[in-house]
Design a protein around this ligand. Structure first.
Ligand code: 21W
Length: 198
């Protein structure tokens, strides 16, 4: 799966190079491309935002700059706008998105983006929950992390199988070594089972 991310903060996505996605990237299962919206400013000071018509607090990202960043992409995938007004991300949506070949993720900042470019290019608006963040970058990373787990070959079958098996109903406390920690022993029933493995 290829993710193309339109953002004013491409450096924030460097963290995705590690962990679960590190392995997936090496095996070319996941490709992540960031596009700096600021590169498409025609302003001599690289300005991308402006004050809202009709007043209101803060600044909005200009539509023309976002549009030029978008049309620079070869990615023809579904466009997702990370937005606090969007539909809440669920595990069902995560599974659905994992079947796409390409996704474009638009991250807002400041007070948001001019509505006209959203109307032109966005297919879906997604929020990750009812709390206020400073931008769409962290939500985009949550989406990419959760979607990538379902891309074929990213996770060992074990983890996905265990997940579908349990479906939240069979969660239980888990233990590893040492057998005694701060005077607390691992439940006896589990100890005998572990030793069978070795
Ligand atoms: C937060 C932008 C609040 C704008 C219309 C008129 C993306 C996010 C974000 C942010 C506002 C997500 C307004 C959970 C989040 C995100 C930045 C305020 C005011 N609208 N999921 N005035 N939480 N947040 N808009 O914050 O971009 S997904």
């Amino acid at each position: 799966m290829k993710f193309s991310i339109l953002t004013l903060f491409p450096e924030m996505f460097e963290i995705l190079e590690t962990s679960i996605l590190g392995r997936a990237k090496k095996n070319n299962l996941i490709e992540i491309e960031t596009i700096n919206i600021r590169d498409f400013s025609k302003d001599k000071h690289k300005k991308v935002d402006d004050t809202p018509y009709g007043g209101g607090a803060g600044m909005l990202i200009r539509p023309d700059v976002v549009y030029d960043a978008y049309t620079s992409l070869n990615n023809k995938g579904k466009v997702i706008y990370m937005s606090p007004q969007g539909k809440r991300l669920t595990q069902d949506k995560v599974k659905e998105l994992s079947r796409e070949k390409e996704l474009v993720i638009l991250c807002g900042h400041y007070e948001g983006i001019d509505q006209r470019v959203l109307d032109k290019i966005v297919d879906e608006e997604i929020s990750i929950g009812d709390y206020v963040l400073t931008g769409g970058e962290l939500p985009a990373m949550v989406l990419i992390d959760s979607v990538s787990r379902y891309v074929d070959g990213v996770l060992s079958n074990e983890s996905v199988k265990e997940e579908s098996f349990s479906e939240g109903l069979l969660e239980y406390p888990q233990y590893t070594r040492p057998e005694i920690f701060l005077n607390e022993k691992v439940p006896e029933v589990l100890i005998t089972r572990t030793s069978q493995k070795y």
